[in-house]
Design a protein. Structure first.
Length: 285
């Protein structure tokens, strides 16, 4: 379920009887890319690794690369689950029993009502609780200036040295931070910051977006690290609030945010360092 929405995936973990394994599933659910991250992944794959020609071959190659990204995310999920089950959530694995109850004709009205009340409205309520104040913060950062520079530019400049170690830049890292309410707005925030606009606008066509990114120093390494961090960074605000509701603990909620973020930062640093070493070796050769 996390491929659709990580918050819905966390709610779906209620069916797991074992408290330990339910917690494992909740903590690792965000490693699976949700619908909010797919547009970013597809756009970066198309712009920097496949091409924007739109031919049949490009579409096939893009599909294979996206499938590889998904398989990688599932592998990371298994790896982290294994690590947690052997350390802080160590315990005896429980058995899995699938019981087939007697068939009963479904009550369509009751099913729809429960789905809306217990799932849809729950997730939307959590999203609205954070989206409004986050939107106000984003507007203030983009429109309030200090010494001729917007707060958005000041914050991205402050983050830039650390972001460079990850193969990113300050704007990209800040976009992920400000994209806490929804992963869909990460790329629009990057475009807004590069264009120095006061509001999120249309991102334009992929060739135009690529030209904008390349003019601000993007390389294939930057795109790869951005994709990697998109896969492994803190969950969105709705998912975090859902984790708090399901676990009843801020401790597990903070761990659910720090765990993927830490792994994403380390992975990006490794990829960036490897790319730098390869360029240095090719220069000497």
């Amino acid at each position: 379920m996390g491929f659709g929405c990580n918050a819905a995936g966390v709610v779906g973990c209620r069916i797991i009887d074992s408290p330990r394994e339910r917690l494992l599933a909740i903590l690792t659910n965000s490693f699976v890319p949700c619908n909010g991250r797919f547009p970013t992944l597809i756009a970066l794959i198309t712009m920097f690794f496949v091409g924007t020609g739109g031919s049949f071959g490009d579409s096939v190659l893009s599909s294979f690369m996206l499938t590889g990204v998904i398989v990688f995310s599932v592998g990371i999920t298994f790896f982290v689950t294994r690590f947690l089950s052997g350390t802080i959530l160590k315990g005896v694995p429980s058995s899995f029993t699938l019981e087939l109850p007697p068939y009963r004709c479904p009550q369509v009205g009751k099913v729809i009502l429960r789905s809306i009340m217990e799932r849809t409205l729950f997730v939307l309520g959590r999203a609205a609780a954070v989206a409004a104040p986050a939107g106000m913060v984003l507007w203030i950062l983009a429109n309030v200036s200090v010494n001729g520079a917007s707060l958005l530019a000041v914050c991205s400049g402050f983050l830039d040295p650390f972001a460079r170690l990850m193969g990113l830049d300050g704007v990209i890292l800040l976009a992920f931070i400000l994209g806490l309410p929804a992963n869909e707005i990460v790329l629009p925030i990057i475009v807004m910051a590069y264009l120095a606009e006061g509001s999120i606008a249309e991102t334009g066509s992929l060739p135009e977006m690529k030209a904008l990114f390349v003019s601000h120093g993007w390389t294939m390494t930057t795109a790869l690290c951005t994709m990697l961090f998109s896969l492994m960074h803190w969950p969105c605000s709705t998912t975090l609030l859902t984790i708090k509701k399901e676990t009843g603990s801020w401790k597990w909620t903070i761990l659910a945010a720090l765990l993927p973020a830490s792994l994403g930062i380390i992975s990006c640093m490794i990829v960036n360092l490897s790319s730098t070493l390869m360029k240095s070796l090719s220069f000497f050769l």
